[in-house]
Design a protein around this ligand. Structure first.
Ligand SMILES: [Zn+2]
Length: 438
């Protein structure tokens, strides 16, 4: 009887462990990514966002640092998408408020793995300073003006837990004031100016003592938080976060460059440029992509995917695959399931009568005027949207005007698909894109 109970206990524990492992694997499907930029031997700023999944200004700004900034001196580590499952759902936290789980967390909590990994990252020796990004309610003011402008609001503030700590960059109040003086001169509407908000966490602020920032301070890592206001449009929030990020880098002696200006039009443009996704062997450029792409050859019903952008993900819904940028659906892909060929040799493409390229799949081929694909013993070529009177679509010069433009994958009608099939059994080899110059 006694042994039985022990056995039961261990069996239960065993199953719980398996369950935890399974939950961990599932959580890795949309896991957060750490990006290291610059030279980690020098001053390193740790930039964190997306812990609250509905704060788009915050995670889009951090993502731009990953994709569009060069770090020339010092280094920046970035996790733009801490709480990716909540970002996809556009919810603050699908498993509760993750930013209140840094003091205590049960190993059964669905956020346990992410919070534990974050704690390990924060403790890394080379990190000198943390900058957290959030979008908050209203506008912080030290005294109540009305319900929007009040001490209990967060928007347009640099949040610190205390004024000072014993560390090279521990003068948190002074640093926050330097940042504010630096950026407010470029914010024309004085209602939107930033202020320092000191939560005085060590004086018994129970809620803030569970936060990531307080965990960092207790591990001797200075940490501040940029809060923009939900009252402002998302692009303005991104702009203000970028201004805070740059001013903070200045404080830490980190040098950077970017090739766009901090104005709303240019920020919007860079936010939607260079987006892509590779689904199995299919690469789709997502710049100006059409809302629906039909008959995309896929092999698996649970296709693997990757993207150069940390905020891009793929979600199946009613037999359609939505490509999301954060929580925004960029396009819906209607699949056509195919058997996969075992071959994947390059295709020879002649471009503009100028050069001959080995095109590996998946890839994008840039064309000025026309291209032609060389005949292959092994492959059948299907240029999607190109109509002619021949069965074969090789060894013919194909101009943009030869396409039925509705078949372009982008709204500007510059980009078309070429699908490659195995002649022996008509299985799918791969796809590449032809992109005509604007
Ligand atoms: Zn937040």
């Amino acid at each position: 009887m006694f042994y039985d109970r022990i056995t039961k206990f261990y069996t239960l524990r065993f199953f719980l462990k398996i369950l935890l492992l399974f939950m961990f694997l599932v959580s890795q499907l949309w896991s957060m990514n750490l990006y290291k930029k610059g030279d980690s031997n020098e001053n390193t700023m740790f930039l964190l966002s997306g812990i609250h999944g509905n704060e788009r200004g915050a995670y889009l700004a951090a993502c731009l640092v990953v994709t569009k900034y060069d770090i020339q001196k010092g280094s920046v580590w970035v996790i733009p998408n801490i709480n990716m499952p909540s970002i996809i759902e556009n919810k603050r936290g699908i498993n509760g408020d993750m930013n209140r789980k840094f003091h205590k967390i049960s190993e059964f909590d669905k956020d346990y793995q992410i919070v534990s990994r974050l704690k390990n990252f924060i403790a890394q020796d080379n990190i000198n300073f943390l900058l957290n990004l959030h979008d908050g309610s209203g506008f912080y003011r030290p005294t109540v003006i009305n319900s929007t402008y009040a001490p209990y609001r967060w928007g347009q503030s640099i949040v610190i837990d205390q004024k000072n700590m014993n560390h090279e960059f521990g003068n948190l109040y002074e640093i926050s004031q330097n940042i504010i003086n630096n950026i407010n001169q470029n914010i024309y509407n004085s209602k939107h100016h930033f202020r320092t908000k000191n939560t005085k966490t060590n004086m018994g602020n129970a809620s803030m003592s569970k936060s990531l920032s307080w965990f960092a301070l207790n591990n001797n890592k200075p940490s501040i938080t940029s809060e923009t206001s939900f009252e402002l449009d998302v692009i303005t929030r991104v702009k203000h976060h970028l201004m805070v990020i740059e001013a903070t880098m200045n404080e830490l002696g980190i040098e950077y460059s970017r090739d766009f200006n901090l104005d709303n039009d240019e920020i919007k443009e860079v936010l939607y440029s260079g987006l892509d996704i590779v689904i199995e062997d299919v690469l789709l450029s997502l710049d100006g992509v059409k809302p629906v792409i039909k008959n995309v050859p896929l092999v698996s019903k649970t296709p693997k995917y990757k993207s150069s952008n940390p905020l891009i993900s793929l979600r199946e819904m009613d037999n359609v695959y939505n490509v999301l940028y954060g929580n925004e659906i960029l396009t819906s892909i209607e699949p056509e399931y195919r058997d996969k060929s075992l071959t994947n040799m390059p295709v020879f493409v002649n471009i503009d009568n100028e050069f001959r390229e080995f095109v590996h799949m998946p890839s994008v081929v840039n064309v000025k005027s026309h291209f032609s694909i060389e005949d292959s013993r092994y492959y059948r070529i299907n240029v999607i949207g190109y109509v002619n009177n021949y069965e074969d679509e090789t060894n013919i010069d194909i101009y943009r005007s030869n396409f039925i433009q509705d078949y372009a994958i982008d709204q500007n009608r510059n980009t078309y698909r070429v699908e490659v099939y195995d002649k022996r059994d008509d299985s799918f080899v791969g796809m590449f894109l032809i992109k005509y110059e604007e």
